[in-house]
Design a protein. Structure first.
Length: 328
């Protein structure tokens, strides 16, 4: 196969796929047609087979042989989920720009040139929202609730936090960890780290092949991961403020309880040894000490990696032989 060096590719398009055999070849044809509008940019398409049981991998192999200059394929041993599929592909991308889209043909690759133009205008990440979503109410309604809640918690107001169609500078994904369901929150995490996030209305098409992989259980997992996002974005660099803050609150309540019981024991004849309130006060104090201690340990661990991690906070470097940014 032809080897493509990093300098030869401007854009890497990652397409996670699970049981999407009929769409693999048509999707690539649409991506290639869309990129014909940007002849100044070279591109590659990376398909990730996330444990498919149909002929998805066979179609990827066939396409890779026919379009060896532009297509690569990755096969996972079993189904690990979208975040793992994206993370696996991101480990081998060659482009300085990364686009992601679903394999079901509901995302329109013709939107890529518009999103790339928005990126060139100064954004670090551009996410598309479905202006006229072609999904049943059973998917649209929970999605609205999810987006409202995510916007309220993270402070980033988007029409669609869970859009699969995104274009971003590679450093965005180099900085943000992807696991669990965190692929849903890439814009929110990017925003929390100071990257410039933009949103564009995009065309959304009805599903013609396969079936949706999303259900109510994914929204439940997404809600749990939202707590992870809050911890990462607000307290990721100061864990003692989260754990220690909760610990101090518990300690304050425990101190009030034990102070009250001390007064009862000192100034009255009522026994306190058998009171559940005494056990609660002691439990709160013990928990407070543990939480504060955990926060301090987390700070010590973070301190050892913080100096290297600060490189991800730098927007630009000037002088001292700094290499210029390659794109745009």
């Amino acid at each position: 196969m032809t080897t493509i060096s990093p300098a030869d590719v401007d854009l890497s398009v990652i397409v996670p796929a699970k049981d999407e055999g009929p769409t693999i070849v048509p999707l690539y044809a649409e991506i290639a047609a869309a990129m014909a509008a940007r002849p100044d940019l070279t591109f590659e398409v990376i398909y990730v087979d996330d444990g498919s049981r149909d002929d998805t991998w066979a179609r990827i192999e066939e396409l890779t042989e026919n379009e060896e200059k532009h297509v690569r394929g990755i096969q996972l041993r079993r189904t690990f989920g979208k975040a793992a599929a994206l993370a696996t592909a991101l480990a081998s991308v060659r482009g300085s720009i990364v686009a992601t889209m679903d394999a079901d043909l509901q995302d329109d690759p013709a939107e890529l040139p518009r999103m790339l133009a928005e990126l060139e205008a100064g954004a670090d990440l551009v996410t598309g929202y479905k202006e006229r979503r072609q999904d049943p109410l059973s998917k649209r309604l929970p999605s609205k609730v999810f987006n409202r809640a995510t916007g309220w918690v993270t402070g980033l107001k988007l029409h669609d936090h869970n859009s699969g169609l995104r274009v971003a500078r590679r450093e965005v994904y180099d900085t943000i960890p992807l696991y669990g369901e965190l692929h849903r929150y890439v814009p929110a995490l990017a925003h929390a780290l100071g990257f410039r996030v933009a949103e564009l209305p995009v065309r959304h098409r009805p599903r013609l092949h396969g079936r949706s992989k999303y259900g109510w259980e994914r929204y439940a997992r997404g809600a749990l991961d939202l707590l992870t996002v809050v911890a990462i974005s607000r307290y990721g660099r100061r864990p003692a403020h989260l754990l220690g803050g909760v610990g101090l609150l518990f300690g304050l309540v425990g101190t009030v309880i034990l102070g009250y019981l001390t007064g009862v024991w000192t100034f009255t004849d009522h026994p306190i040894g058998t009171r559940p309130l005494l056990q609660l006060g002691i439990l709160l104090e013990i928990t407070a000490v543990q939480l504060v201690g955990m926060g301090l340990l987390a700070e010590l661990i973070l301190h050892r990696t913080r100096s290297a991690d600060t490189a991800s906070l730098v927007t630009r470097r000037l002088g001292l032989g700094t290499a210029p940014r390659s794109w745009p």
